[in-house]
Design a protein around this ligand. Sequence first.
Ligand code: C2G
Length: 195
Amino acid sequence: MLCSGVVTAVCVPGGRGRHPAPDALPTPLVSGIASLFGRCGSRGAEMRTTRPRRVLTFGTFDLFHVGHLLLLERAATYGELVVGVPVDDLVLAKKERRPVFPDHHRVEIVRALRCVSGVFLEEGPGLKRRYLLEHRADLLVMGDDWAGHFDELGDVCEVVYLPRTPSISTTTTIEAIAASVEVPAELRADRAPAA
Ligand code: C2G
């Protein structure tokens, strides 16, 4: 029979009593189920019943730049990518400065990317395990500036660290902007007070 593995996978969990036996199913219905769940092998013996791999990553993504983009695009090659973006207070607590762009802006920018399937706000510290479980993550992807930092979550899902894109960061961007702005001498903080 065509794709008997699939029909069994579909029918058995509900109990045979409530479903027709696989052999009793008309062929068009069987191939309909097959196309819902994936591909039949050429001999009809094998079927993929797996959902796409669910990939999670977390990041501030403040002053979104090409290093962020490349990280997300590479993460998405592992499966369906969902991104956790920390709320402003969480960024402040971790980096001791407020992000330039507020969390709802950062979320919208990340949400607009083709490689991103979903975005949520990371509401507080120590919640990554909960988010990974809630989203049924198969994989956590982070840049390798975090290498080793999330290994403890390896019991929930696979953890992968990808190489950072060199020579660009939010901090260097802020510094470059600050350096390029000419502050009039009379406004400079380092100007000696008038006698
Ligand atoms: N990244 C990168 N290359 C860069 C800059 C950043 O690959 N040149 C990666 C980082 O390694 C991270 C992601 O892009 O995986 C987001 O970077 P940030 O916005 O700097 O995020 P960060 O503040 O590190 O937040 O708790 C973990 C944090 O949420 C990660």
